[in-house]
Write a protein that binds this ligand. Structure first.
Ligand SMILES: [Zn+2]
Length: 145
């Protein structure tokens, strides 16, 4: 399952990028995967979701994995077409003088970070301990009898 090693690479890269930018939280990341990479997008997404907790910057990040179809540019007729049926041939004229112009990437194409200038979300420290203790005390005393 090479998706996991790709996921590890991406998560590390995003966390590093966040540190370089001086932000503490990455909101969302879009990963574009070309079909030629032969990556299971579901597995990649799962890997990202599991591995993101390694870094504080990415622990809350929403990852989006989008697939990119393979596009071929034909040097014979000049058309750029989507590759059909895994055949490296021009859809328009059938020529094999084609070049892959899309679909062979696996990279972060979009990254949204928290706007630190507007102030980060304040974490409220709710202390409901007293109530819980009250509840517990009653139950504990009850069970002792
Ligand atoms: Zn052609």
């Amino acid at each position: 399952m090479h998706e996991l090693s790709f996921a590890q690479e991406i998560v590390s890269l995003v966390a590093q990028e966040a540190r370089d930018l001086g932000v503490s939280r990455v909101v969302s990341v879009t990963v574009t995967v070309g079909r030629l990479m032969a990556v299971e997008t579901d597995n990649l997404w799962f890997g990202l979701d599991v591995l993101k907790s390694q870094f504080g910057e990415t622990s809350q990040t929403v990852f989006l994995v989008v697939e990119q179809s393979v596009r071929l540019h034909c040097s014979h007729c000049g058309q750029t077409t989507d590759m059909q049926n895994w055949t490296f041939a021009c859809e328009t004229c059938g020529s094999h003088q084609v070049e892959v112009v899309a679909g062979d990437i696996l990279e972060v194409t979009d990254m949204e970070v928290a706007d630190e200038t507007e102030g980060t979300l304040e974490t409220m420290e709710t202390e409901g301990k007293n109530d819980d203790e009250g509840e517990c005390r009653k139950e504990c005393y009850g069970s002792k009898r």
